[in-house]
Design a protein around this ligand. Structure first.
Ligand code: A2P
Length: 275
């Protein structure tokens, strides 16, 4: 009888108080770049296939028991066995105030449904591909810069990245500088990837907003290349709403038209997640 009661009790409490997270993935590494920026790696669902440049919804379980999810570009290439993300830390941000404290072994929620417009298929064929990013808008390009197909489709790839200060460029700088030596992707990248990092609020070798460096022609002069031309050049933009709006004007000024998955053209835009 005693035994039965015990087993009944056990049955009752066997429903976990904290439900197992749906779509849980395990954090494998976390790097803090500045007090505003960090990157992390998580296990990859075996079934997840994605195109470089796409995003997924990730997050944590909220205190109300509901998942708190935001769109995050996948920063790792499709051949990587893990997934990498690059995030801002906002001290009062609903998600990132908590997400910034994750450590290896912790679990996050990841909905394995990749989507997005920053994909090679949304652009018409061309010769030069430009990546324009501010802040964490670098993330989709961290994936695309590591995809062999990017270099198979284009003769030259130019990564323009602008941040307020030098420390905020570091994640992108280390990535770009590691690529020519990378055993998997190095042979595709070598001689094809140009990097043009700038700062706006701290002195550095190259300064100024992406928009200003394009309209003034400074970036073309510094790299010794011809200006953007709709016959040859394709662009992808990822940053704040303001950057995206301003970049549309700049790129349309060069004669490029906005494309989409269903209607490829000369440039595509996506908002970087903030908050
Ligand atoms: P600035 O310092 O002149 O504002 P943030 O850290 O606020 O997300 O900004 C990232 C970078 O993007 C900063 O260097 C910032 O320059 C730049 N930036 C912000 N808005 C625009 C815009 N509309 N056009 C071009 N660059 C922008």
């Amino acid at each position: 009888m005693m035994h039965m009661t015990e087993s009944l009790t056990v049955t009752e409490i066997s429903v976990p108080k904290v439900p197992t997270l749906p779509d849980a993935q395990t954090v494998t590494a976390v790097t803090h770049w500045t007090d505003r920026l960090f990157s992390f790696r998580v296990s990859r669902p075996q079934s997840l296939r994605f195109r470089s440049g796409e995003f997924v919804m990730i997050g944590l379980m909220g205190e109300n028991g509901k998942p708190l999810l935001r769109a995050y570009s996948i920063a790792s290439p499709s051949w990587d066995e893990e997934l990498e993300f690059y995030s801002i830390k906002v001290q009062d941000g609903p998600l990132t105030s908590k997400l910034q404290h994750i450590e290896p072994g912790d679990q996050i929620i990841l909905r394995p449904k990749p989507v997005g417009t920053l994909v090679l298929d949304a652009l018409l064929p061309g010769k030069r591909l430009w990546f324009f990013a501010t802040g964490t808008g670098l993330a989709p390009f961290a994936s695309l810069m590591r995809d062999p197909e990017t270099y198979e489709r284009y003769d030259e790839v130019i990564m323009m990245h602008t941040c307020r200060d030098v420390a905020e460029l570091e994640y992108g700088r280390q990535l770009v500088e590691s690529l020519p030596e990378d055993p998997l992707i190095g042979e595709f990248v070598a001689g094809k990837l140009r990097y043009y990092p700038t700062t706006t609020r701290e002195d550095s070798a190259q300064m100024g907003r992406i928009t200003d460096n394009l309209t003034s022609g400074k970036v073309f002069a510094d790299l010794g290349i011809a200006p953007i031309n709709p016959e040859t050049d394709r662009g992808m933009v990822c940053g704040s709403l303001d950057l995206n709006t301003d970049m549309k004007t700049v790129l349309e000024g060069f004669g490029l038209r906005e494309g989409a998955n269903s209607d490829p053209a000369e440039y595509v835009v996506e908002k970087a997640f903030v908050g």
